[in-house]
Ligand binder design. Structure first.
Ligand SMILES: Nc1ncnc2c1ncn2[C@@H]1O[C@H](COP(=O)(O)OP(=O)(O)O)[C@@H](O)[C@H]1O
Ligand SMILES: [Mg+2]
Length: 406
C-alpha cells in the first residue's frame, strides 16, 4: 500500500477495503478508494466540511460531541452538515440524509416541507431568519415520525461566526417526557384549583348557613341579657360582647361572601362583579368605575368563577401594593374571548423593567385562566398597573350557553 506523496494531505487508508471508485464520508474526511491497485484508499481532508479541524486540527470536537447525550449536528454557512454525533446518527438511522456528512440540511428540510410537513417548513423559515441575520438562534418543537412517531422533539439551531467563518449547530432534544410532565402538572394544578374552589364554596356555605345562624342566636340571647335586671358592671360587659359579636358577624358575612359569592350563581358574573366592586370601594375608599360591554345571559360557570377570582385577587393587590386612588374595571367580549381588565393609577410594579417578583396571587390568577385556555397579561402603565384576563368565549358558550351580543 503506497502513500500518494503528491497530496500531502492524503493519507493511506488502513483497515477496511471498500470497493474501488467508491466514495464515502467519514467524520469530515472524504474517503476515496483508488482504482490504482497500488493505492487501496486515501482520506481526503476537507477543511471546508470539517468544523473539528478549526479547533485544532484533530477529531477532538467530534469526540466531544459524540459524548453529548443530545443529538448534535454541525453545519457550515450553507447548511452543509460537517459533523454529526452518535445520538444524531442513531436518531436518523432511517433518514440517513439528515445524518450524512456533506448533505445539505436546508435542502432536506425544503424537501420535507414540499411534501407537506409543517414542522419542516417552520424549521426552514427559522434557517432563513438566521441567514437574514434577524436572529442568531431559534427553537422549534416538532413531532417525530416513522420509528419516532408519538415522540416529541425540540430543535435548537444557532448560527455564529468563528474567526472569519460562519458555522451553525443544530441540537435536538427529546421533550416527550417533559411535555408529559407539563401536562400532568397542568392537570394537577387544575385539580387543585377545582378542589380549592369547591372547598371555598363549602366553607362559605358553612359560614353562612351554620356559623352565622349561631351568631344570630347569640345576639338574640345578648338582647335578652340586656333587658334582664343587671348591674352597671354587667351592662359594660354586655356592650363589649355585643360590639365584638357585631364585628364577628361582619367578618363572617364578608368571608362567606368572598368564598361563595351568591350573585355569581344567581345573577351572573357582570352583576356579581358589580356587587363585589361596590363593597370593595366602600371598605377601601377607592374610587372604582365599572363598565360592562355588550353581553348578556351569563350564568355561573368555570370561566365566570375564574374571572371573578381574578378580580378579587387583582383588587386585593391594588389595595395592598398599589397605593392607588382610582381603579377602572371593564368586562367585555373581545373577539372570541371574554375579557376582564382592571387598571389602577398606583405606583406600578417595582423594579423598573424587571419582571415583578411573584407571590401566590399572580401565579394563581395565571393558572386559573390558563386552565380554561385563556391568558393573563400584566402591564406596567406610565402610572399604575393593568391586569387583563381573557378566557375563550367558546368554552363558556359551549358549556353554559352564553349569548354574545355584537
Ligand atoms: N396593582 C399592583 N400594583 C403594584 N404592584 C403590584 C400590583 N399587583 C401586584 N403587585 C406586585 O406583585 C407582587 C406579587 O403579587 P402576588 O402574586 O399577588 O403576591 P402577594 O400579593 O402575596 O405579594 C406583589 O408583591 C407586588 O409587589
Ligand atoms: Mg396578592
Amino acid at each position: 500500500m503506497l502513500q500518494d506523496e503528491s497530496h500531502p494531505q492524503y493519507l493511506p487508508m488502513a483497515g477496511t477495503q471498500p470497493k474501488p471508485g467508491h466514495d464515502f464520508d467519514c467524520r469530515g474526511f472524504d474517503v476515496k478508494i483508488s482504482s490504482d491497485p497500488r493505492v487501496s484508499g486515501i482520506f481526503q481532508f476537507r477543511p471546508d466540511l470539517l468544523v473539528p479541524h478549526d479547533f485544532g486540527g484533530d477529531d477532538s470536537l467530534q469526540a466531544v460531541i459524540d459524548r453529548l447525550p443530545e443529538q448534535i449536528a454541525l453545519m457550515d454557512e450553507n447548511w452543509v452538515i460537517t459533523a454529526v454525533n452518535a445520538p444524531w446518527r442513531d436518531a436518523n438511522i432511517h433518514y440517513r440524509q439528515f445524518a450524512a456528512v456533506g448533505s445539505n440540511f436546508s435542502e432536506i428540510c425544503a424537501g420535507f416541507a414540499k411534501d407537506g410537513y409543517a414542522h419542516a417548513a417552520s424549521i426552514l423559515a427559522g434557517l432563513r431568519a438566521l441567514e437574514d441575520g434577524k436572529r442568531t438562534q431559534f427553537w422549534q418543537p416538532f413531532s417525530g415520525w416513522g420509528l419516532s412517531a408519538g415522540r416529541h422533539f425540540q430543535i435548537c439551531v444557532s448560527r455564529y461566526r468563528i474567526g472569519d467563518r460562519v458555522c451553525a449547530t443544530a441540537a435536538c432534544y427529546d421533550i416527550t417526557e417533559l411535555l408529559e410532565l407539563r401536562r400532568n402538572q397542568q392537570t394537577f394544578s387544575a385539580q387543585i384549583l377545582n378542589a380549592q374552589e369547591r372547598e371555598r364554596q363549602r366553607i362559605g356555605r358553612e359560614l353562612h348557613d351554620s356559623t352565622s345562624q349561631h351568631l344570630v342566636v347569640l345576639s338574640l340571647s345578648l338582647m335578652q341579657l340586656k333587658q334582664a335586671p343587671h348591674d352597671s358592671g354587667t351592662e359594660r360587659i354586655v356592650a363589649e360582647m355585643s360590639d365584638a359579636l357585631g364585628r364577628a358577624q361582619d367578618e363572617i358575612r364578608s368571608m362567606s361572601y368572598m368564598f361563595h359569592p351568591p350573585e355569581l350563581k344567581e345573577a351572573g358574573l357582570a352583576d356579581a362583579l358589580g356587587a363585589l366592586l361596590r363593597g370593595f370601594a366602600k371598605r377601601t375608599g377607592l374610587t372604582i368605575s365599572y363598565t360592562v360591554g355588550p353581553l348578556t345571559s351569563m350564568c355561573a360557570c368555570d370561566a365566570e368563577t375564574a374571572l371573578y377570582r381574578v378580580a378579587q385577587e387583582a383588587l386585593i393587590n391594588v389595595h395592598k401594593h398599589a397605593f392607588a386612588k382610582a381603579v377602572r374595571v371593564r368586562l367585555e367580549v373581545k373577539g372570541s374571548g371574554l375579557r376582564l381588565s382592571i387598571r389602577d393609577d398606583g405606583v406600578g410594579f417595582d423594579g423598573g423593567d424587571e419582571a415583578p417578583s411573584l407571590g401566590v396571587g399572580v401565579p394563581g390568577m395565571i393558572a386559573r385562566v390558563a386552565e380554561l385556555g385563556g391568558a393573563l397579561r400584566i402591564r406596567r402603565l406610565t402610572r399604575g398597573t393593568s391586569v387583563t384576563a381573557t378566557v375563550p368565549c367558546k368554552q363558556i358558550g359551549h358549556a353554559h350557553g352564553l349569548k354574545i351580543v355584537e
